[in-house]
Design a protein around this ligand. Structure first.
Ligand code: SAM
Length: 430
């Protein structure tokens, strides 16, 4: 099929943007803006409006790439890299953190308070401004944009910027070297991440020895969680909650228990235990809403060791398996097996990459970036449907694979299997 022409793409941008615009106007919501005082559109849009917005993003993205042409596409690599550099500079010097939404400062004052050269500061911030991070309302004066304001005031966004620029970015630069040195390795230590950070142990173990770094990662996860709309994904769990008086739910590697909390809010019969490293769960209890205390509990548990909570109804893993290569993901499942009662569920919340061309280029680029980030991190990957089937089959033939559900326009899927100890070999029903 021929690709759409630039005129068709521009019409798609116009049509779909109009749908999004008209919805916001009809609802009395502000139009998207770089002004820090104007709230961004809500995340929970009706599905047809979200689809129109996504179509406008995709068409404008495709149009842009046709307009800049092949040389522009190649050169873009360098220009996009410079955005990471500017973000790292701002994050390192905490620029803008004492600046209010309507206040202004100057390049001179920023440089002085951060012990930087004024000209260097001006040049770096003017680079960031081309990416809508800060703005210069008059020469020499610096004010917040919507993006710089959120970076300066939301500690979870700042933590994400720390992980992106200080943890991941240096590792990307060692990736070709790692892939050349250890082709196809499943070993989570033979990675670009260990090369870049001189790690001799797993990243999570290294961070556990360095509490501010562990905290930065768990806070970054909270930010990513906020954009991931966990309630929408979790609603795809096909489990007869309402027919049971009590359901025990173990959120393995659950961090602060975003998923457990969302599900406990929805299902009063749910009793949850969130397991993670001691440093990660420290203080999480105190942040629980009062009405969930007693129903959501935290427990230090290392998933490389045998699961200690026996006989639960559901063992849940959100964004866990994509951190590990097959060999290690199988080890996690096998450490769970001794705890499983007949009919127990393994429920995984992770991505399931469709074949090339099913998603829009922009959606596919986002997923494939995370896929490679997982390779860089621990030699792991984002799985395709067949990989999920195979994982359970290889881990233990007594798992019965129940299938994969992906809610419309969701980035993640729900992957489920059931424990059937009497089965000779697990059967696949979808
Ligand atoms: C990508 S995060 C996902 C966190 C959480 N499930 C969520 O959805 O936000 C991976 C989590 O696995 C935890 N983790 C890593 N290794 C672990 C281990 N050996 N035992 C328990 N938790 C571990 C990390 O501390 C981190 O919280």
């Amino acid at each position: 099929m021929a690709s759409p022409s630039i005129l068709e793409l521009s019409q798609s941008v116009a049509t779909n943007t109009s749908i999004f615009h008209d919805y916001l106007t009809a609802e009395g919501l502000p139009l998207p803006s770089h002004e820090p005082s104007i709230p961004p559109p809500p995340l929970n849009l009706p599905s047809e409006i979200a689809a129109a917005r996504d179509a406008a993003i995709q068409a404008s993205y495709d149009l842009y790439e046709l307009l800049i042409g092949p040389y522009g596409i190649l050169l873009n690599g360098m220009f996009q890299n410079s955005r990471m550099l500017a973000l790292e500079f701002i994050h390192t010097h905490k620029i803008g953190q004492s600046l209010g939404q309507n206040n202004v400062t100057t390049f001179k004052d920023i440089a002085k308070s951060s012990n930087l050269d004024e000209d260097d500061t001006r040049r770096m911030l003017r680079l960031a401004m081309t990416n809508r991070i800060f703005r210069e309302p008059e020469p020499g004066v610096v004010a917040h944009s919507a993006a710089s304001h959120v970076l300066a005031t939301n500690p979870f966004v700042a933590a994400w910027a720390g992980v992106a620029t200080k943890e991941n970015w240096p590792a990307f630069q060692r990736t070709t070297e790692a892939l050349t040195k250890w082709p196809g390795s499943q070993d989570p230590l033979k990675t670009a991440f260990s090369l870049a950070h001189n790690f001799t142990d797993l990243p999570f173990v290294e961070w556990e020895k360095d509490p501010p770094r562990a905290k930065q990662f768990s806070n970054a996860m909270k930010f990513l969680n906020a954009g991931a709309q966990p309630e929408m994904i979790l609603s795809a769990i096909d489990y007869p909650f309402s027919t049971k008086n009590k359901v025990t739910f173990i959120d393995v590697g659950g961090s602060h228990g975003v998923a457990a909390i969302a599900l406990a809010e929805k299902h009063p019969q749910l009793s949850c235990i969130v397991q993670d490293f001691p440093n990660v769960i420290q203080g999480a209890d105190a942040q629980l809403p009062e009405h969930l205390r007693g129903r959501v509990k935290y427990m230090a548990h290392d998933f490389w060791t045998e699961q200690v909570v026996k006989g639960a109804d559901i063992y849940f893993f959100r964004w866990i398996f994509h951190d590990w290569s097959d060999e290690y993901a199988i080890r996690i499942l096998r450490q769970t097996v001794p705890a499983l009662k007949e009919g127990a569920r393994i429920i995984i919340n992770d991505a399931c990459i469709p074949p090339p061309g099913v998603l829009t280029t922009k959606q596919e680029m986002d997923l494939r970036t995370v896929d490679i980030l997982m390779k860089v991190f621990t030699n792991a990957k984002e799985c395709e449907a067949g990989d999920w089937h195979a994982l359970f089959e290889k881990a233990d033939s007594r798992f019965r694979f129940l299938g994969i559900t992906t809610p419309p326009s969701a980035r993640d899927s729900i992957i489920q299997a059931e424990w059937c100890p009497a089965a000779e070999s697990g059967s696949v029903i979808s």
